[in-house]
Design a protein around this ligand. Structure first.
Ligand SMILES: Nc1ncnc2c1ncn2[C@@H]1O[C@H](COP(=O)(O)OP(=O)(O)OP(=O)(O)O)[C@@H](O)[C@H]1O
Length: 284
């Protein structure tokens, strides 16, 4: 049905927001199935997981796999984590797109000094808190969501330090409505993502690498150029083909922030590149 990405600085009120949204959703008719995925439920310690890049990548990979398993047309999955890196939010958006469901971001926009104070309060109460070094590092690396990016859109913003967080906060009620409203052919403001090539999983083998993707797509480009020289089919300039090839490689072959390997099966890479070209050039 939908994926909600909660996003915000450490100790900015994200879990509170996730719980408020879940309870706003569960109060709706018909009551949707809601699942919150967070680090605690997966036994991931934040102070350990954000201590170095390898551990952090692992944390994102574990969360991402769990989100992937959880997504369905029947439930609403809320991923309650920092989701502070825009490339990672893009990956989550791709999962929603592959599942053909709705997607939104709920951003807890609390100022740093409040997050710090709330984290200190937790420390004083001997509750689970971030170590100062980790907290500072996370604050520094935060990449704010921007609703101009597809993967940050629609963006519902909460201001916990100004307004608090409540089931009736406008961002919570707006998000709940967006996620559950019925859509018909006239609905313009709700987007159900559609699966495309960039979100399909490619078969992978150990030995195949980006090099093979590069080679496979180059062979497709060569075949097109050759066919065009023989005046078969519509002409597409080489610069355009090159640019489409680069974009395709970037979309499907980039090293994932959560550890997903690049595509590797040459035949399926070729087939998918042709599908991609057909769609982009409008020749299908
Ligand atoms: N508006 C607020 N006023 C006062 N304290 C708040 C407010 N919002 C959150 N807090 C406090 O901040 C702490 C963190 O809240 P919460 O767990 O919801 O944040 P979080 O962003 O999920 O944290 P984490 O990054 O650890 O997952 C809690 O102790 C909570 O009581």
């Amino acid at each position: 049905m939908a994926l909600v990405v909660i996003c915000g600085q450490p100790c900015s009120g994200k879990s509170t927001a996730a719980l408020c949204l879940a309870s706003a959703l569960e109060a709706m008719e018909p009551k949707p199935k809601v699942r919150i995925i967070d680090e605690f439920s997966l036994n991931l310690s934040r102070n350990r997981s954000y201590a170095d890049m390898t551990a952090e990548k692992n944390l994102r990979g574990v969360l991402r796999s769990e989100v992937d398993r959880s997504l369905s047309k029947e439930n609403i999955t809320i991923v309650d984590s920092l989701n502070n890196i825009k490339g990672y939010r893009y990956e989550l958006w791709c999962l929603a797109r592959a599942a053909g469901i709705r997607y939104c971001v709920l951003f807890c926009d609390a100022e740093e000094n409040y997050c710090r104070e709330w984290n200190n309060n937790r420390q004083e109460k001997e509750e689970y808190s971030y170590e100062m070094k980790i907290f500072d590092d996370l604050i520094r690396r935060f990449e704010r969501p921007d609703c101009r990016n597809r993967w940050d859109c629609p963006l519902f913003e909460l201001f916990p330090s100004k307004d608090g967080i409540d089931k009736s906060s406008p961002a919570i009620t707006d998000a709940a409505s967006y996620l559950t409203r019925r859509v018909d052919s006239k609905t313009r403001d709700i987007k159900v993502l559609q699966p495309t090539i960039a979100t399909q999983n490619l078969r992978t083998t150990e030995s195949n690498t980006l090099y093979e993707l590069d080679k496979a797509t180059q062979e497709v480009v060569n075949a097109i150029v050759e066919a065009q020289n023989q005046a078969l089919g519509r002409r597409i300039g080489l610069p355009e083909l090159r640019s489409l090839r680069r974009t395709f490689i970037k979309l499907t072959g980039q090293t994932s922030l959560s550890g997903r390997p690049p595509p590797s099966d040459a035949d399926s890479a070729k087939r998918m590149f042709v599908d991609y070209l057909n769609r982009e050039i409008g020749a299908s």
